[in-house]
Design a protein around this ligand. Structure first.
Ligand code: SME
Length: 155
């Protein structure tokens, strides 16, 4: 798994370029967003070997755990709390190279070292976030942000 996470930016971009059409073809056959979140989490997790890959959905004013791959996670996150609640509140992607340097980071797993959270938009509202954790520092960058923001528009 470690070598998967230290792939060069070019190799990572190439993987995303192959993955995006595969995700599109899987998602376009299904209208249920939760089913699509489940397959997107699986495809990202399997392709890149991340530590935790999944979604939190906005439900009754909080983020509630949705489909994911990886170890168990906290189930509810309030707006503005942690990386997920911050991305939701700001309505923008948050890239965290070192989770220990992010005030208020919620440590669902002590092994998580870096993280990216991408809002999922529907009808001008954030309806969910895609959260990905890595066991390595500095895993996520502008390439991940660019492609993950594209991927969540497929849901
Ligand atoms: N670290 C996240 C919590 C969710 S887990 O990483 C799965 C956060 O700070 O919001």
């Amino acid at each position: 798994m470690a070598e998967e996470l230290t792939i060069s930016a070019g190799a990572k971009e190439e993987k995303y370029r192959e993955l995006v059409p595969q995700i599109r073809s899987v998602v376009e056959c299904e209208t249920d967003m939760i089913a699509n979140m489940a397959n997107v989490a699986s495809m990202l997790h399997e392709t890149f070997g991340f530590w935790w890959t999944g979604f939190y959905r906005v439900a009754e004013g909080v983020l509630v755990l949705g489909p994911f791959q990886g170890p168990l996670a906290c189930t509810r996150i309030r707006k503005g709390k942690g990386v997920c609640g911050t991305a939701w509140e700001r309505g923008e992607t948050v890239v965290v190279p070192d989770v220990d340097a992010f005030p208020g980071h919620i440590a669902c797993s002590s092994l998580s070292r870096s993280e990216i959270v991408v809002p999922v938009w529907k009808d001008s509202e954030v309806v969910a976030v895609l959260d990905i954790d890595s066991k390595e520092l500095g895993t996520f960058d502008e390439v991940d942000k660019l492609f993950l923001e594209e991927i969540v528009t497929c849901l």
